[in-house]
Design a protein around this ligand. Structure first.
Ligand SMILES: [Zn+2]
Ligand SMILES: [Zn+2]
Ligand SMILES: [Zn+2]
Ligand SMILES: [Zn+2]
Ligand SMILES: [Zn+2]
Ligand SMILES: [Zn+2]
Length: 224
């Protein structure tokens, strides 16, 4: 649908005309003022000053500002800023909102943004059973537990392998299936992935390098 401009602006012959009102003005200011204030034009809700365009209805104007590349609206609900350039919006989002610049996505709070940003971490931990890459050791273990690995490893395999290894410090045999325990803080975990996730955090001082090396060695020995 072609949205015809309801005003005619010709700078060269100094003609500024509102067609529906059949009124002419001798300056752009006069016409601008009319489009911004006249009741017949919904008190400015039909007028886009940036594009110098008068729309047939406020709805048509709104659809123009949401779709035109000359308008870049801030997606935050409590913010009505509208930028003429996409770069302007990007700068505003980065400075004033929870914004992931990599995928141009807006988040409600800093926590959601931090969680999301993990997808952008370098993926450099290769699965012990296939060639998939993971950004965290615990994520790789979770992939093995879930049975989604091409090696067909699953959670029962991991529990059995860990229980039969000489890594007694990580396993609590009082449970069936075994639970994992952190040698440093004595916490118990139902899954090896949860234990690895715990070790990776800074809340516990159990050394992730040594622990993951032990776990990796056990899995490698059994996968062969
Ligand atoms: Zn008019
Ligand atoms: Zn516009
Ligand atoms: Zn904003
Ligand atoms: Zn992102
Ligand atoms: Zn795998
Ligand atoms: Zn611990």
């Amino acid at each position: 649908m072609v949205r015809e401009n309801q005003v005619i602006i010709s700078e060269d012959d100094g003609r500024y005309e509102c067609r529906p009102c059949n009124r002419t003005f001798n300056s752009f200011n006069g016409l601008n003022n009319h489009c911004q204030k006249a009741r017949v034009h919904s008190y400015g809700d039909q007028w886009c000053e940036r594009c110098e365009w008068l729309f047939v209805s406020p709805g048509a104007r709104d659809s123009h500002t949401s779709n035109s590349s000359r308008h870049n609206l801030c997606p935050a609900s409590n913010c009505n800023l509208d930028f003429s350039e996409e770069e302007g919006l990007d700068e505003h989002m980065a400075a004033d909102h929870h914004w992931c610049i990599d995928c141009k996505r807006y988040f409600n709070n800093e926590n959601e943004l931090t969680q999301h940003k993990r997808v952008h971490l370098p993926r450099n931990i290769e699965c012990l059973g296939c060639d998939r890459q993971f950004s965290e050791f615990a994520a790789m273990i979770l992939h093995l537990e879930a049975g989604t690995c091409a090696s067909q490893t699953d959670v029962d395999d991991l529990d059995r392998w860990m229980a039969n290894s000489r890594l007694h410090q990580y396993v609590d045999y009082a449970y069936d299936p075994v639970k994992y325990c952190c040698p440093h803080c004595d916490r118990r975990f139902d899954y090896l992935s949860a234990f690895c996730q715990h070790v990776a955090t800074t809340t516990c001082e159990q050394n992730p390098g040594t622990t993951f090396w032990h776990v990796e060695r056990t899995i490698r020995r059994n996968l062969r």
